[in-house]
Design a protein around this ligand. Structure first.
Ligand SMILES: Nc1ncnc2c1ncn2[C@@H]1O[C@H](COP(=O)(O)OP(=O)(O)OP(=O)(O)O)[C@@H](O)[C@H]1O
Ligand SMILES: [K+]
Ligand SMILES: [Mg+2]
Length: 695
């Protein structure tokens, strides 16, 4: 199964189509072709040691084309036409490698252009401390400034809404055309992004980023690859390839004395050809393209990664920490039923539940009000003289302080039990039956109390997202353990955990528990990924090796995380793990293939070199002539790069197997394939060039 055609990734697919529309492929290749020449600059080439050796080799063979006797003359060797052909093939090898990188960068560059077009310098209306309004350029807005934006205007900077309610079109950033409601206070809806457009009403916004440091600026720099630095894995592989190149350089340098000894002197051009054929040009030429394509694939899933390192880390994740509500379940928990206890009636419970939810703006709160009103409950106090107590993850309760001094609360069962006892009440024995009944259905039970008097339980119904079990099974096969973290009670947690098929769960978790769980895993040497959206998730997101914040989340969460999901779909972490693994596997597979190729090239060129010494029996491939053998090996060596560009960009087909199974499979496929393919390829090229009379 590949990442791209997975049916679950419905949002990803939709946005992929979206992005593809913005980026035309024709322009992409044209630009990449130009960039391939720009990258010939030796300063750029130096970053890639393998290709730099080819670059130096090309210059030498070019000189030897102009003056074949530059390094003295060897009979039958110094031929201008042959040298010229080698020069052209080596030059194309470099060009193909540069083209691979340029194509990989292309989509990001085009995306950056389209983002930049939404980012125009506008005039912003800054609200001065005196209350007066001053017009300033949006480039002069700083953190902490207060600005006013009205319908039809582009929001000039990132910020938090402090006044007003308005709908905002965020399609410039998310590709999602449905407008989003923005209002102050709530975690989900109060943060706005510069470059998005207000389509109704007006907002007062406190600017949260300095000029050039906004979300859009960061995103442009990221997709453009300006901030791309090699990841630790990539550096390690580059060093390995450089060492291999050096080893082959030494090996090739020892050939002339031996060749002279056996009476078959070898020319410089043939030696350079052998060197280029043996050094790992295939993986050397495709390495950065693979990394860039990984970042790009993440971007196509509408996720912004702040570094290639984060994308790679996804591939090495051992433990995935997810929260329950909204991640494993659909999360629109709606009140389904009131279950009275302690001798109260359903109507009494509905009335207290209504009072406790009057100021609760969460979807849960609103749904409780709706159900209570449907059952005929009425408010029996003056709302203006009552005070709403907001829900917090720490208290796990919300409610209302009534004008008559009484307090109504609703919340997690243990929290409500604590509240009732603290008000001198007793927990009635039928409460446990009620909450267990709800929990066994996988629902969230909320206890309702008025001071020390327990009224009953609200059943908040939640549904597990379809296909979760398969996704966790898949993760398990990849060796990734899933842990569900929830503020909900043990029974509900275990029911959902079992049904969804997670490996482990932690119930009644506080924000502190979240970070502790991650630390504990990391102490055992595990790499941990986590999703979250709230300010109280921020420390855990920063602690995790991969933190995926929801775009609807708070600024704090987004800054702490190293990835932001623009669609706010937490299950995307599963796709990211797949992309990360695919990136690592693709790199491994192409390295294996590249190195395995050497065997055939060796058998093609070495016999050719010593042909004059009469050891033609070495010519196991039966190639036509010495020159056609060298040229065929070099042409194969050059053509294999563009031939593998699609694989480097798309990634090796990914199967959810354990690391060991994958290794065995890939060594078989890319190792054996890498040994066999060039024997066939070189032989075919040899027949072709002999046919057209090139040699
Ligand atoms: N609006 C609310 N009013 C009162 N209590 C609530 C409200 N929302 C949730 N609760 C209770 O608080 C508990 C913790 O909720 P919270 O949303 O913080 O959970 P969490 O830690 O994010 O985990 P998850 O979202 O996965 O359940 C809930 O299980 C529920 O019992
Ligand atoms: K090579
Ligand atoms: Mg939650």
């Amino acid at each position: 199964m590949t990442v791209n055609n997975r049916p679950m990734a419905a949002t990803g697919t939709r946005h992929q189509q979206n992005k593809q529309k913005k980026v035309s492929n024709k322009g992409l290749y044209q630009r990449a072709f130009q960039d391939a020449f720009v990258k010939l600059n030796p300063k750029v080439m130096l970053k890639n040691p393998v290709m730099f050796v080819v670059w130096v080799g090309t210059i030498i063979t070019a000189l030897l084309t102009i003056n074949p006797d530059l390094f003295g003359s060897i009979p039958g060797e110094n031929q201008r036409f042959f040298n010229g052909l080698v020069t052209v093939i080596l030059f194309l090898t470099i060009l193909f490698a540069n083209f691979a990188e340029a194509v990989a960068e292309g989509r990001g560059k085009a995306q950056a252009d389209s983002l930049r077009s939404t980012k125009s310098d506008t005039t912003a209306r800054k609200v001065l401390p005196s209350g007066k309004i001053e017009e300033v350029s949006s480039t002069n807005l700083h953190k902490g400034d207060i600005i006013q934006v009205v319908a039809g205007e582009i929001i000039p900077a990132d910020g938090e809404v402090i006044e007003g309610v308005a709908s905002v079109d965020e399609s410039a950033i998310t590709g999602e055309s449905a407008p989003v409601l923005k209002e102050p206070g709530s975690d989900m809806a109060s943060s706005v992004t510069g470059g998005t457009k207000i389509i109704s009403d007006e907002l007062k916004i406190r600017v949260s980023s300095d000029p050039g440091k906004g979300f859009l600026d960061r995103m442009i720099a990221l997709v453009e690859g300006a901030e791309r630095t090699k990841t630790p894995n990539e550096i390690a592989l580059t060093v390995l390839l450089a060492v291999l190149t050096e080893v082959f350089l030494i090996v090739v340098a020892t050939i002339p004395p031996i060749a002279n000894y056996v009476g078959s002197p070898v020319g410089v051009v043939t030696l350079i050809s052998l060197l280029v054929a043996l050094i790992p040009t295939t993986i050397g030429g495709l390495l950065s393209a693979i990394g860039i394509a990984g970042m790009d694939r993440v971007a196509q899933f509408n996720v912004v990664a702040t570094s290639g390192r984060a994308v790679e880390a996804c591939g090495d994740i051992n433990t995935l920490v997810l929260d329950k509500t909204g991640t494993i379940t659909l999360g629109n928990r709606l009140a389904e039923q009131f279950i009275p206890v302690n001798g109260h009636t359903e109507a009494e419970l509905a009335e207290v539940a209504l009072a406790a939810s009057l100021f609760d703006t969460t979807p849960e709160g609103k749904s409780i009000v709706k159900l209570a009103e449907k059952l005929g409950a009425k408010i029996t106090f003056e709302p203006h003289s009552a005070e709403g107590i907001e829900f917090s993850a720490r208290t796990r309760m919300s409610g209302t302080d009534l004008p008559n001094g009484k307090e109504v609360r609703k919340g997690a069962i243990n929290a409500i039990k604590g509240f009732v006892r603290s008000r001198g009440g007793e927990v009635s024995s039928d409460l446990d039956d009620a909450y267990e009944r709800v929990s066994r259905l996988g629902g969230t039970p909320l206890g309702v109390a008025l001071d020390g008097d327990m009224y009953g339980v609200i059943y908040l119904k939640d549904i597990i997202k379809p296909g979760m079990r398969e996704r966790f099974d898949q993760l398990r096969r990849m060796g990734v353990k899933s842990v569900m973290l929830t503020g909900d009670n043990r029974i509900t947690a275990s029911v959902i955990a079992q049904e969804a098929g997670v490996d482990d769960f932690i119930a009644e978790a506080t924000p502190e528990d979240k970070i502790a769980v991650i630390q504990k895993e990391q102490e055992q040497g595990k790499l941990v990924a986590m999703t979250g959206d709230g300010t109280n998730d921020a420390p855990a997101l920063a602690q995790a090796n991969v933190g995926l914040a929801m775009n609807t989340g708070t600024q704090a969460a987004k800054e702490a995380a190293n990835m932001v999901d623009l669609d706010s779909d937490p299950t995307k972490l599963i796709d990211l793990v797949t992309i990360g693994k695919q990136l690592l596997i693709t790199r491994g597979a192409l390295t294996t293939f590249s190195l395995a190729n050497d065997i055939a090239k060796y058998f093609a060129i070495i016999p050719a070199m010593f042909a004059a010494a009469g050891i033609g029996s070495l010519n196991v491939m039966g190639l036509t002539s010495s020159q056609s053998a060298v040229l065929s090996a070099l042409i194969y060596n050059a053509l294999i790069i563009p031939a593998l560009i699609p694989l480097a960009l798309k990634g090796v087909k990914f199967r959810p197997l354990s690391a060991n199974q994958l290794l065995t499979r890939n060594i078989l496929l890319y190792g054996l394939g890498g040994i066999i393919a060039p024997f066939i390829g070189i032989k075919v090229i040899d027949l072709l060039i002999t046919g057209v009379g090139l040699s």
